[in-house]
Design a protein around this ligand. Structure first.
Ligand SMILES: [Mn+2]
Length: 245
């Protein structure tokens, strides 16, 4: 989603669309997995959080209250969630990839950033950004300066090397999935985000599938496990335009 970032549809418009969609799935959803970068930037001070997102937090909170579990994997744009969402919404926050089992299918879920070999520059930056001493120092900056600074940092880290070919865009994450699959052939699905390029792609063994969820900036896609099949679906963009008016 990268909420806080205005694309063709503004952040507010996309948030409204997300809230409407969440309400529409609430009657049948059993569990919701958010694979990171829900926010374009976020920094949680001990006593302060970024303004906004009330409607979204309300509906997520309703999910949890009605018994729908929510799992939130931090993305590279929202590394700085420190417990507000767990405490006030009751969702489960995860620092990194998780492996889950649903209906006897093993699924590996990750945001997708910095996985596998290479990308050393990014890995160094990430180790600084997740370092507790560095975070302590950052938390001394007043939010009126700290949060705009976060926004600038987030703009600088925007991934520009999205290819028109979704396989190319996903290649490093596909390679990583392939190598993990060699170690654990029980995994049926590798599901990630980060690349903003939706795709369902069979790995070398056709019992195993790599899926990229796409995004809600240009694709408005989401993934549904219905008990027997994995379906990559798209929200009705016309509805987005209605909201746009
Ligand atoms: Mn990302």
């Amino acid at each position: 989603m990268h909420l806080g970032y205005d694309a063709t549809l503004s952040s507010d418009q996309r948030e409204k669309l997300l809230v409407r969609w969440l309400k529409s799935i609430q009657p049948e959803a059993q569990c919701l997995y958010i694979l990171g970068d829900l926010f374009d930037y976020w920094y949680e001070y001990k006593t302060v959080i970024p303004k906004g997102y009330i409607q979204l937090f309300a509906v997520l909170s309703e999910f949890v209250e009605s018994g729908i579990e929510i799992h939130y994997l931090k993305g590279n744009h929202d590394l700085w969630h420190f417990g507000y969402l767990n405490q006030y919404i009751g969702l489960h926050l995860h620092d990194g990839p998780i492996t889950i089992s649903i209906d006897d299918k093993k699924m590996f879920l990750a945001h997708g950033d910095g996985l596998g070999k290479g990308d050393f520059g990014y890995k160094i930056i990430k180790s600084i950004l997740t370092n507790s001493i560095c975070q302590k120092i950052f938390s001394l900056i007043h939010p009126s300066i700290g949060l705009p600074l976060m926004k600038i940092m987030s703009q600088l880290s925007r991934d520009n090397h999205v290819s028109s070919n979704p396989i190319d865009s996903n290649q490093s994450q596909i390679d990583y999935s392939q190598s993990l699959y060699q170690q654990d052939k029980g995994v049926s699905f590798f599901i990630m985000g980060h690349r903003h390029a939706p795709i369902i792609h069979n790995l070398s063994d056709e019992n195993c599938t790599y899926i990229n969820l796409g995004d809600w900036i240009t694709h408005f896609t989401y993934l549904v496990w219905d008990g027997s099949d994995m379906k990559l679906k798209q929200v009705d963009i016309k509805k987005a335009k209605e909201i746009n008016r």
